[in-house]
Design a protein around this ligand. Structure first.
Ligand SMILES: [Zn+2]
Length: 241
């Protein structure tokens, strides 16, 4: 032994497939300790009979909780106490149906300034866990931050969106997309939230938000990169043609 503690020393035999909520890697998690069956209490969230164990992600070594919810445990009787000797076999037969923390889909934005990309990614994360009002409010924030980044700082968001179009940073169709995000976002910002937001509407608004970012940042960056490549292909004497 070299004196360092290796997680492999404490890992038990069972491995389960995971998309890790910490590092986002798809791989394996190894069970750390005995399964725990919390007392069944109807009415609590996740009130189904549960078996849970601590696992560590084989990629990042962080701790994740694997849970199995079910009325039946294939291969085991529900009356049976699943003790330390049986838990490995239990996980082999019944892999966890839920991991905590759960992997949440974000979004990658190339060429978008980091603070705006991070807010836009957060909007997608919100939507992916059903926080639709937060997602829409964040999409509105992304528009405000984008206008600010392009030195459009005066007036209401309505005027800022129109100014982005006047500066030809967005097309007419993208301008109306931005106004739809603003309309929904304003309801959230001003407390008009008595009507629930459909998850489909939130997803569609985020698609529009991505379109605005694509047009303002990504399209310009790709065009500039290709222009530079094209210029490099040309010999100096060809440049006039
Ligand atoms: Zn991980």
């Amino acid at each position: 032994m070299d004196g360092t503690t290796n997680n492999a020393d404490t890992r038990m035999g069972t491995m389960a497939t995971i998309k890790c909520g910490w590092c986002g890697t798809s791989g394996h998690a190894s069970e750390m300790g005995p399964g725990i069956r919390p007392a069944y209490r109807a009415g609590l969230p996740y009130h189904l009979p549960t078996i849970q164990s601590a696992f560590t992600c084989d990629n990042c070594d962080r701790l994740v909780i694997g849970s199995y919810f079910g009325i039946e445990y294939p291969g085991f009787s529900t009356d049976e106490v699943i003790g330390p000797d049986d838990i490995e076999e239990f996980w082999r037969r019944n892999p966890p149906t839920k991991w905590s923390p759960e992997y949440v889909q974000g979004q990658q934005y190339a060429d978008v300034p980091e603070h705006i990309a991070s807010a836009a990614g957060e909007a997608h994360k919100n939507a992916s866990v059903g926080s639709n009002m937060s997602a829409i409010l964040m999409a509105r924030t992304v528009l405000e931050a984008t206008a600010k980044d392009k030195d459009v700082t005066s007036g209401s968001l309505y005027q800022k969106i129109d100014a982005l179009a006047e500066k030809e940073l967005i097309r007419r169709s993208t301008q109306s997309a931005a106004h739809v995000i603003r309309d929904f976002g304003n309801d959230m910002a001003h407390g008009d939230i008595s009507k629930l937001v459909d998850p489909e509407d939130a997803e569609a608004l985020l698609t529009l938000m991505d379109l605005v970012l694509h047009e303002i940042y990504q399209m310009t960056a790709t065009t500039d990169a290709l222009k530079a490549k094209f210029a490099a292909r040309k010999k100096p004497e060809d440049r006039q043609n």
